[in-house]
Design a binder for this molecule. Structure first.
Ligand code: 26A
Length: 345
């Protein structure tokens, strides 16, 4: 039986199936992809998925950035802690996703679209880089009706932490605003991940509209730089200064300061706190290059560990360390996955 303290973390974004293979520069060139990037598929990319499956021995792996984070948080937290929302189709790809999340103990409440297939992300691995190319399909049809439905809204009301993947800014801004408002009105925690440079770059208006609700912002150095660029901040390269600027944006719930966490690959993770001049640095746990399987989902895993730390009421320092611990585990696995049998922090 679920109790009211269950499902305290509610996550929202785009459930996707990753079609992942080790590729070549030639493959990247063929589809005009950068080695390390995340984009939405255009017509010229549509052949990528079949190409990966037919010619590159691609594997099908559960993906979707915030779904990876939600699986990561439930990997750490006690059972029945995390619920994830997003849109899928009524097909075999959705069945693969459901199987994968079950293993991690994550509850999913999908909006099932009868007319659209489940979204796919083509993942081309070259060395330690990953190029992500997403065809959102059913994930693009997530809507406020689902969030506010009699089955889902009680889960929203019950949760104390909301985690929104930034990729959802391309899908359903009203759902993001509704969760943000709900958090601000009830002193709950609203966490956003900026997800990819194109989000603060091309979705600037909805990003800015919801910024007042952000209690925690998680991003990496290139997303921070893209934010600085599109917002014409004074420094476009000083990541500490950018983190401080985001931390000091106006905030709806003034009872706690905003916290901005910037990961920088193997460089130290930065933490800026609203109203504070100091930006703290936390070194990452080093990992031997030969132990890296691939970096697909490393940032999502960091977020999963970090958010699990917040839910468990850990200190900021411990939460960052939990993020780095989970990221380290995930990059040793194939795609955005975690080792089983489970390891404990
Ligand atoms: C809207 N877009 C582009 C996306 C994504 C996405 N998840 C949600 N929306 N593009 C890539 N991903 C996911 O990111 C993970 C790695 O961080 C991939 O599915 C992959 O699992």
């Amino acid at each position: 039986m679920a109790s009211s303290s269950d499902f305290t973390l509610l996550c929202l974004e785009n459930p996707l199936l990753d079609i992942q293979a080790v590729g070549t520069q030639e493959l990247l060139d063929k589809y005009d992809l950068k080695a390390n990037d995340a984009i939405l598929a255009e017509d010229k990319h549509k052949g990528l998925y079949e190409d990966l499956l037919n010619n590159y021995d691609a594997k099908l792996i559960a993906g979707g950035a915030a779904q990876n984070t939600a699986r990561g948080a439930s990997y750490i937290l006690k059972p029945n802690s995390v619920v994830y929302l997003g849109g899928v189709g009524d097909d075999k790809y959705a069945a693969i996703l459901k199987d994968a999340v079950k293993q991690a103990g994550l509850r999913v409440e999908y909006r099932v679209d009868p007319n659209e297939p489940t979204g796919r992300c083509g993942v081309v691995i070259t060395g330690h880089n990953r190029s992500l190319c997403t065809d959102l399909a059913a994930a693009n049809h997530y809507d406020l009706d689902h969030l506010k439905s009699p089955e889902i809204w009680p889960l929203v009301k019950n949760a104390q932490f909301y985690y929104v993947g930034g990729y959802h800014y391309t899908v359903c801004v009203p759902a993001i605003m509704t969760l943000g408002q709900e958090a601000a009105d009830n002193n709950k925690i609203f966490i956003v991940n900026l997800s990819a440079p194109f989000i603060p770059q091309f979705f600037k208006d909805p990003v800015d509209q919801s910024a007042k609700f952000w209690d925690y912002v998680i991003c990496n150095e290139s997303e921070a730089a893209a934010y600085a660029e599109s917002h014409e901040l004074e420094s476009k390269t000083d990541i500490k200064a950018i983190a401080k600027s985001i931390a000091n944006l106006p905030k709806a719930n003034t009872s706690r300061p905003r916290i901005v966490v910037v990961t920088q690959g193997t460089e130290p993770t930065l933490v800026a706190i609203q109203g504070s001049d100091e930006v703290k640095e936390y070194p990452v746990h080093a990992i031997a290059s030969e132990d890296i399987n691939d970096t697909n989902g490393a940032g999502d895993a960091f977020a999963g560990g970090f958010v699990a730390g917040l839910v468990e009421g850990k200190s900021l320092e411990t939460a960052v360390d939990m993020g780095q611990w989970l990221a380290r585990l995930s990059i040793q696995e194939l795609g955005p996955s975690y080792p089983f049998p489970k390891k404990t922090y």
